[in-house]
Write a protein that binds this ligand. Structure first.
Ligand SMILES: [Zn+2]
Ligand SMILES: [Zn+2]
Length: 255
């Protein structure tokens, strides 16, 4: 029982063998996953996959890198999609200060608008954060995101921000980086997050876990993330899988 809470099976990297990738995920023990759409191209594809497969859900949001392209039309579109029965969250949304296609103030504005929409439609949110932790936390606090909660996807900070996230009703999701030999912070975080607030993900096709680092990632590799967390917490893969699946069900209201 493994719930991969963040996959991009909706991108071109999987065009040649999408069905085989999904089959390998099932064989590896992946029982559910959320396909995350983040722009004009990937959002309809996320919905389509969720309609095609019982155990696949969709999240829809606008990526901060492309915030500059977000207008009231996109906002309206997301609001319409939010009522789709297989859409379980809004996102990914957030801030990405690594790339400068969209100025910071534009990213912040688009982030706030999506949080406000999520509150209106009452869905949890999936946060993408790159080099912007302070601003992410402030905006979530200012917008009172604790009423909806959500996921800090591919959490990449040390233990110092965990408490603030937990207080805002957010879950901490760990992916491939927790398995990297030189990744001290994710390993520390894996040990201290309360088990009832931990999630696992691949973020495939990106960030493949060790020993597949650098290759195309896929949902079957979430087993490697679960195994690493199990080792760090002195649990079994099954226990990690059960706990994180229960958490995902609770957050996405799938019970
Ligand atoms: Zn992301
Ligand atoms: Zn993503």
């Amino acid at each position: 029982m493994l719930f991969d809470t963040h996959v991009h099976l909706n991108v071109d990297h999987f065009n040649e063998d999408r069905e085989a990738v999904i089959q390998r995920a099932i064989e590896a023990g992946v029982t559910e996953m959320v396909v995350v759409g983040f722009d004009h191209d990937t959002i309809p594809k996320a919905i389509k996959l969720a309609e095609q497969y019982d155990f696949i859900y969709a999240a829809v949001g606008w990526h901060p890198v492309d915030a500059i392209d977000f207008t009231s039309e996109e906002l309206q579109w997301l609001e319409t999609l939010a009522s789709h029965p297989k859409v379980v969250a809004l996102g990914e949304m957030g801030l990405d200060y690594h790339w400068d296609k969209s100025p910071k103030h534009v990213q912040q504005d688009v982030f706030r608008k999506q949080i406000q929409l999520a509150k209106k439609v009452d869905l949890p949110i999936i946060i993408h954060n790159r080099e912007a932790t302070e601003d992410i936390v402030s905006i979530l606090q200012e917008e009172q995101a604790e009423t909806i909660g959500g996921i800090m996807h591919c959490y990449n900070d040390g233990p110092e921000y965990v408490q603030a996230c937990l207080e805002m009703n957010f879950y901490i999701s760990l992916g491939g980086p927790v398995t990297f030999k030189n990744a001290k912070l994710p390993k520390e975080v894996a040990k201290i997050v309360p088990i009832d607030r931990l999630l696992i993900e691949t973020d495939c096709p990106f960030l493949a876990p060790h020993p597949n680092r650098g290759k195309r990632n896929e949902p079957a590799y979430v087993t490697l993330v679960a195994d690493q967390i199990a080792e760090l917490r002195e649990m079994t893969r099954d226990e990690v899988g059960r706990a994180t699946t229960t958490n995902a069900h609770h957050l996405f209201r799938l019970d």
